[in-house]
Design a protein around this ligand. Structure first.
Ligand code: UGA
Length: 421
């Protein structure tokens, strides 16, 4: 927003993050973000604060807090949304028209309830629900050049004013022809969870087909390429492997299922639950490939794991399939050594059976099996002959379909993919 010319104050209750951002240091790995942060700080249009009073006086307040899975339930935990709105409300009572734009992913019905809560105390505030579609690893690009903009608007007379205010915020993207959809609160909320659930569905579909390919002796990578050439299907999100993770797809799928059940849409809830089940079963499949290759007793067996983040170009390990597999192997007694180029520094160092390595070589040294679980670019060209000099076993499990099977087999490795040959 600052890059686009707006004057922005970023507020968070986490003072460590605020201090880091104010000093021009990104508290996470995101390509292109540090440069953008520093140039925006230098422009004088971007500041950070842990004091909500510093939010006062702005025309638009973006609500971007997390909505993780609630403890012990598939539903979304809205406590941060309510806390942020509660903390902001005292600064919204003035006579000037103000817009609150909700970016957080919330269960359908949340925005209308929030608008009802805001109305008596803050009559000059307009709430717009404005879901966010950025991907980690592409956050800068997705923010500056979004592929669509959605406004969920309330019923009152001020709704138009809210849309107009956001049009001014997004003037640059709109002038470039970015499609905009204006709708009601409920549809805007559902657009977001439907988009993420559909992406999850595509991945679990191809992973389900990967099982059939494996049993039938077919190749899921060729199959995905072939069906993806049909425009109606599309080639994206058909990469089979150990499945989806991260802070969004898994919890949005579960929260959508929980809300669909509440609203009586059992058919959709069943479908979403099955998507989740297939996804989790991919992790168990990888573990079974390891025991098939090195034997059922993993006690003390050294295993090298390459990748911990839920996908490349991020250091995010929330609900990471790679980390889940590493932990499952360690739970069975294996001596797991794990290397990730970005997530290594955020991995817990006290996990029994897991050692964090600082290079590919130290992760795979003496290993009986090597697993590629996040498809970082640096793993793709690894030389199978060089690696074979370091390991004691020759089992390579390609959990992301990232490697060239022929190259590894030619070098004497037992290459195993998930539905690839
Ligand atoms: C996802 C959505 O893609 C964004 O549009 C959305 O804004 C964001 O969630 C959010 O709700 O905030 P993200 O969590 O960054 O973005 O990750 P994705 O790129 O969607 O990948 C999710 C998982 O699917 C990763 O673990 C990835 O490895 C896996 N994946 C992706 C596959 O297993 N196969 C594929 O073909 C594609």
């Amino acid at each position: 927003m600052a890059k686009l010319g707006h004057t922005v104050t970023g507020i968070d209750v986490d003072t460590r993050k605020i201090d880091s951002l104010a000093a021009g240091e990104a508290p996470f790995h995101e390509p292109g973000f540090t440069e953008l942060l520093r140039s925006s700080l230098a422009s004088g249009r971007l500041a950070f604060s842990a004091n909500m009073a510093d939010a006062a006086g702005h025309d638009v307040h973006f609500l971007c807090v997390g909505t993780p899975q609630a403890p012990g339930s598939p539903a979304a935990d809205l406590r941060y949304v309510h806390a942020a709105i509660g903390a902001l409300t005292p600064f919204l009572a003035g006579p000037d028209p103000t817009v609150v734009a909700g970016k957080s992913t919330v269960p359908v019905g949340t925005a209308r309830a929030l608008a009802d809560t805001l109305r008596p105390t803050s009559p000059n505030v307009t709430l717009v629900w404005n879901p966010e579609f950025l991907r980690e690893g592409f956050a800068v690009q997705d923010t500056l050049q979004p592929d669509r903009i959605v406004y969920g608007l309330g019923d009152g007379e001020t709704a138009r004013g809210g849309a107009d205010a956001l049009d001014r915020v997004y003037a640059h993207a709109l002038s470039q022809g970015t499609p905009k959809i204006e709708t009601d609160y409920e549809t805007a909320e559902l657009v977001k969870v439907s988009a993420n659930s559909f992406l999850a569905l595509k991945i679990s579909f191809i992973n389900g087909v990967a099982r059939v390919c494996d049993a039938a002796g077919a190749n899921v990578a060729d199959l995905a390429r072939a069906i993806g050439l049909d425009d109606r299907i599309g080639k994206k999100f058909l990469r089979s492997g150990i499945g989806f993770g991260g802070g969004c797809l898994p919890k949005d799928l579960r929260a959508f299922s929980a809300r669909a059940t509440e609203l009586g849409a059992d058919g959709l809830a069943d479908l979403l639950d099955q998507v989740d089940r297939i996804n989790l079963s991919q992790r168990a499949w990888v573990v079974s490939l390891v025991t098939h290759g090195v034997g059922p007793d993993l006690a003390g067996v050294p295993i090298g794991v390459l990748g911990a983040a839920f996908k490349p170009e991020t250091d995010d390990i929330r609900d990471s399939p790679a980390l889940a597999v590493a932990t499952a192997l360690a739970t069975r007694g294996a001596a797991v050594r794990i290397y990730d180029p970005a997530a290594g520094r955020v991995l817990p160092t006290d996990e029994p059976g897991i050692t964090v390595a600082n290079s590919v070589e130290s992760a795979v040294r003496d290993a009986r099996a090597v697993l590629v679980l996040t498809e970082w670019d640096e793993f793709v060209p690894l030389d199978p002959t060089d690696l074979a000099d370091l390991t004691t076993g020759r089992l390579i499990i390609d959990g992301r379909g990232a490697l060239d099977p022929a190259r590894w087999r030619d070098a004497g490795w037992d290459y195993r993919g998930l539905g690839t040959r």
